[in-house]
Design a protein around this ligand. Structure first.
Ligand code: SF4
Length: 268
């Protein structure tokens, strides 16, 4: 049997009855989940165990997004050997402590050594590590323009705009709807600053995911039949200081931090 390295190759070997007993709506969705590592073949109740064993030997599982980011991390760290930290302080809006750089992410200190190792009192996730190292290596250090623009205006590649909307903006809106305290947490815990209401919103808040990459969150509360609205804007200089894929990943990492905070509120 040849290698099973895509959903279609697995789908061909499934019963194709879409019976939903595996918990997914279709056999194709099941095949995609197997490739991603989210489902095991034995969760399809119609496959014989000897067939499962044979298929398992030939499946090439796709790396998870976290595994893919871990692969990017090491080459980024190697680039640190050529960075002059002292000369980078102004460019990055950082501080130098001994031979280490300290950069604030949402008001919290993240200290980076000359080998790209990151130290912080905060839980450090790879979704934040990769953008932080990219920022240190590649940020041009341009000053802010003061002009707020939506994410999709930063990149000509529409795919990033779509990812951003579905993986950050919409989930953040849902999280804010169900946990209105999140806005206060953004101010108290993450160093957010409420600003004059912008873009006809009820609440406008500026956060600094990185010193030279501020973010404006505009939230309009739900009212009677009207849904809430949440839109995120960046300074028009954002892409000079952080490449677009890192900006997207950083936002996904921030969402994870916000989700963690709100889940603590539920438990307490
Ligand atoms: S249990 Fe098997 S046959 Fe049923 S939908 Fe899932 S993959 Fe398809």
């Amino acid at each position: 049997m040849s290698q099973l390295d895509n959903p279609l190759a697995i789908y061909k070997l499934l019963p194709k009855s879409n019976c939903k007993l595996c918990g997914l709506a279709t056999c194709l969705a099941f095949a995609a989940a197997v490739i991603k590592g989210d489902k095991r073949l034995d969760e399809c109740l119609h496959l014989e165990s000897n067939i499962i064993e044979e298929l398992n030997r030939n499946i090439v599982r796709q790396p998870t997004p976290e595994e893919q980011l871990m692969q990017i991390l090491e080459p980024l760290k190697r680039e640190f050997a050529s960075i002059d930290f002292a000369a980078s302080v102004k460019r990055l809006g950082a501080t130098l402590s001994g031979d280490k750089l300290t950069i604030k992410i949402l008001g919290k200190d993240f200290t980076v050594d000359s080998e790209g190792n990151i130290i912080s009192d905060c839980h450090i996730i790879v979704w934040v590590m990769v953008p932080l190292l990219n920022y240190i290596i590649y940020s041009v250090g341009n000053e802010l323009s003061g002009k707020w623009v939506p994410f999709r205006e930063l990149s000509k590649e529409t795919v990033w705009g779509s990812y951003f909307e579905h993986k950050f903006e919409k989930p953040l809106k849902q999280l804010t709807d169900t946990h209105p305290d999140l806005i206060e947490d953004m101010i108290c815990i993450f160093g957010g600053k409420q600003v004059e209401n912008s873009f006809s919103s009820d609440i406008s808040l500026v956060l600094h995911p990185l010193p030279k990459v501020p973010m404006l969150i505009c939230y309009t509360k739900p009212e009677e039949d009207l849904e809430s609205k949440l839109n995120v804007f960046f300074d028009s200089s954002a892409e000079d200081n952080l490449n677009i894929d890192s900006l997207y990943r950083l936002c996904v990492g921030l969402l994870m931090m916000f989700q963690k905070i709100t889940s603590r509120h539920i438990r307490s």
